[in-house]
Design a protein around this ligand. Structure first.
Ligand code: NAD
Length: 489
């Protein structure tokens, strides 16, 4: 099967914060891969804009180094015409020394971008600069119908700050021009989840509380907070992961079929899910903080504050109060310094209503597992007869949908989430981006949980580095007669 790459219209892209970590690790290497794939063609300008003193030559060197470091193992990294491709890509790059809060650099930036073309402004900077950047772009006349902005997480730290951010950017850009990134939505498998649900007849009739016992969503990391302690200690797992990535996954699993795969149709349905979430009581949520293990320091030590009550782990039981999901709990957990790095959604179906087999054939249920990392793929656990002459013994085996086998290695070399999302920005497709009201509804739900912890003065429980989280999180499911799936890659 030959993959189809449809080139996007030529564009000007300004990366505010173009010398930052995100630009270096994701944006620039991702753009180069799309260039190698033939999706970026023609007269394109990619303009880094940041405070660092640098000229365009220096920025091209910076980009070349980032590409060498972060694009290893990808086709365009060792194709024969790699040097020529790189040279052609780097020729598209420009750099402007610019202060988001001052006047420096703005006239030069205005000269470099061209009115009437698609102009995308990527705000890869701290959120406090979103409002000033939007205002400045407007005031110096760089906003027209074809202009759009991309904003990164964190989008606020609570409902109030998210509203303020929404208001600040909405003053100068319409909702159709605002692309709020949640890179989980750019993952191939997440989109496949929608294809599987809405492109096949097989699953949708079973996709409700009559047939689904419960759903588990796990995003586990092995790393700790590293050097992000300052930011992380003000956020915690609830704000950093649950409010955005895990809730977005929950929405895609739980939403009603949209009438069309179109931005507002999809986002309307996701919003309805968030609005149908019950409040989470204290008995439905467990927080944790990792301990050190001799080799690696504990959370408290890393942030240098013995009294910190910020969680590096959170597990909760959510209920979506509507006809489809009444009685089917959603268990969500995410944390740092856990046993393995893995992200998955497991849809656990109910047992067959009556077993015709011997009692010792055990209990079996189908599980649909959507793996997001480290290897993307979808697996359906089915029960079959154990091969051999020894009578009717049952065994669970995976029906593994390995994209690499089914589609060939070329198609399974998925674009990174950022690559896809940036191309969607240029194409003007907002389906995989969060709408303002969605973000606010998600904050309203998580704020209440965070407020509860504060009011009760609750401190997180501790858990060992390399474990599956605090024991109480296991109890959260045991109480319901269920168990978490093992955290394994
Ligand atoms: P960073 O600190 O590495 O880089 C910040 C960039 O902003 C630098 O280029 C700096 O020069 C520029 N900058 C700072 N103040 C400026 C000003 N007044 N005017 C113009 N430029 C200014 O940050 P980062 O890790 O690249 O993150 C950027 C944004 O993306 C943040 O909002 C962050 O939360 C978000 N984000 C980052 C990652 C990641 O993996 N790094 C992931 C998700 C979200």
């Amino acid at each position: 099967m030959v993959s189809r790459v449809i080139p996007v219209e030529p564009f000007d892209l300004v990366i505010f914060g173009g010398t930052g970590d995100l630009a270096r690790r994701k944006i620039l290497p991702g753009l180069f891969r799309r260039f190698c794939a033939g999706q970026i063609q023609g007269d394109v300008r990619i303009i880094g804009a940041a405070r660092a003193e640098m000229d365009t030559e220096g920025y091209r060197q910076f980009a070349a180094e980032a590409i060498a470091e972060f694009n290893q193992g990808h086709d365009c990294d060792h194709g024969e015409d790699q040097p020529a491709s790189l040279k052609a890509f780097l020729a598209m790059l420009h750099y402007v020394v610019l202060d988001a809060l001052g006047d420096e650099g703005w006239p030069k930036l205005k000269d470099l971008t061209r009115p009437g073309r698609i102009r995308a402004y990527y705000f890869s900077v701290a959120p406090r600069l979103f409002g000033p950047l939007a205002e400045k772009l407007h005031d110096i006349g760089m906003v027209d119908d074809k202009a759009r902005i991309v904003v990164e997480k964190p989008f606020g730290r609570d409902l109030q700050s998210a509203k303020e951010l929404n208001r600040a950017i909405a003053t100068h850009f319409s909702e159709e021009q605002i692309y709020r990134i949640d890179h989980y939505l750019g993952k191939e498998t997440v989109q496949n989840l929608m294809a599987i649900r809405f492109g096949n007849l097989l699953f949708e009739p079973l996709w409700n509380s009559q047939y689904i016992d419960h759903i588990q969503i796990t995003v586990a990391e092995v790393v700790g907070i590293g050097t992000r302690g300052d930011y992380y200690d003000r956020a915690g797992a609830m704000r950093d992961m649950m409010q955005n990535h895990l809730m977005q996954l929950l929405c895609l699993i739980a939403m009603e079929p949209p009438a069309k795969f179109k931005p507002d149709a999809v986002r309307d349905e996701k919003l309805k899910v968030i609005r149908a979430l019950d409040p989470v009581g204290p008995e439905d949520v467990v927080r944790g903080q990792y301990e050190g293990n001799g080799e690696r320091p504990g959370y408290i030590h890393q942030v240098g504050n013995r009294d910190t009550k910020t969680e590096s782990y959170v597990a909760l039981r959510a209920r979506v109060s509507n006809w489809r999901w009444a009685g089917t709990p959603f268990y969500l957990r995410t944390g740092k310094r856990l046993r393995e790095r893995t992200s998955e959604i497991a849809v656990v179906f109910k047992d067959a209503p009556h077993s015709i087999f011997d009692e010792d054939s055990g209990r079996h249920s189908n599980i649909l597992t959507i793996k997001l990392q480290p290897n993307e793929g979808i697996e359906l656990g089915v029960t079959i007869k154990e091969p051999g002459p020894g009578g009717m013994r049952l065994v669970d085996v995976p029906l593994d949908m390995s994209f690499a086998e089914a589609l060939g290695p070329e198609e399974a070399d998925f674009p990174d989430a950022y690559e896809r999302l940036i191309m969607d920005v240029i194409r003007g497709n907002q389906t995989l981006f969060m709408r303002g009201d969605e973000v606010e509804a998600a904050w309203a739900w998580t704020d209440a949980i965070i407020e509860g912890w504060k009011d009760r003065g609750e401190a997180p429980l501790t858990y060992a580095t390399g474990s599956s989280g605090p024991d109480d999180a296991l109890m959260l499911m045991h109480r319901d007669g269920r168990r978490w799936r093992e955290i394994k890659a």
